[in-house]
Design a protein around this ligand. Structure first.
Ligand code: ADP
Ligand code: MG
Length: 189
């Protein structure tokens, strides 16, 4: 699929009762898609396994269903794409590709550090999208740790400033769904 979703997850498969820190009404409000029309951002934060990617994919899928263009990439794949593009002199094309769609989803910021090139490329994309192109970002790291992820406190602050200005943050505090499934199967985590 053009949006490059890694797989399809529906909001109907999401068990809100397992994750009481998530306000189901706010998620449903996001799914209505108004943030895309308004060029606002959705930030999904929380530890591994709490459903950030599942929710991000559900939101992206809903956006596609409503006829919006969306593009999904993990932070790690983005870093790899930037490194490859630079060798071929194609960084401007990366910036264009991810600035254009009405919705841009970057999943899993925080597991790997951005090098200088990919950090600056992401900053340019976020600057171009600011106040007109919606984004969904997921991260396992709190904002104070973003300086380390981007290797530059000033750049991290500039990125966060633009992301947060018009945004909804969904902060998930709870147990990993993956571990719950292991526990049910009798496997010790
Ligand atoms: P994260 O991105 O926060 O690390 P994921 O979204 O990848 O977590 O969730 C891990 C797995 O558990 C996925 O298969 C996802 O579909 C499932 N999952 C997580 N939370 C829930 C939930 N509340 N209800 C149903 N499935 C869930
Ligand atoms: Mg994830």
């Amino acid at each position: 699929k053009k949006a490059k979703l890694p797989y399809v997850k529906s909001i109907h498969d999401f068990d809100f009762s397992f994750q009481p820190s998530i306000d189901e009404r706010r998620v449903k409000e996001v799914l209505s898609g108004r943030y895309i029309h308004n060029g606002e951002n959705i930030l999904l934060l929380g530890p591994p396994g709490v459903g950030k990617t599942h929710l991000a994919i559900s939101m992206a899928f809903e956006a596609l269903t409503q006829g919006y263009q969306a593009l999904f990439i993990t932070a790690n794949d983005f870093i790899a794409e930037c490194q490859k593009a630079e060798k071929q002199g194609l960084i401007q094309q990366i910036i264009k590709r991810y600035s254009r769609p009405e919705l841009f989803i970057m999943d899993e910021i925080g597991y790997f550090a951005f090098d200088e090139l990919s950090a600056h490329t992401l900053f340019q994309i976020i600057s171009r999208r600011y106040e007109h192109g919606a984004m969904i970002i997921t991260s396992n790291k709190s904002y104070i740790e973003w300086g380390k992820i981007f290797g530059d406190e000033v750049l991290a602050t500039a990125i966060l400033d633009r992301l947060i200005h018009h945004s909804t943050t969904i902060n998930i505090k709870g147990d990993s769904y993956r571990l719950r499934e292991k526990k049910k199967a009798g496997i010790q985590p």
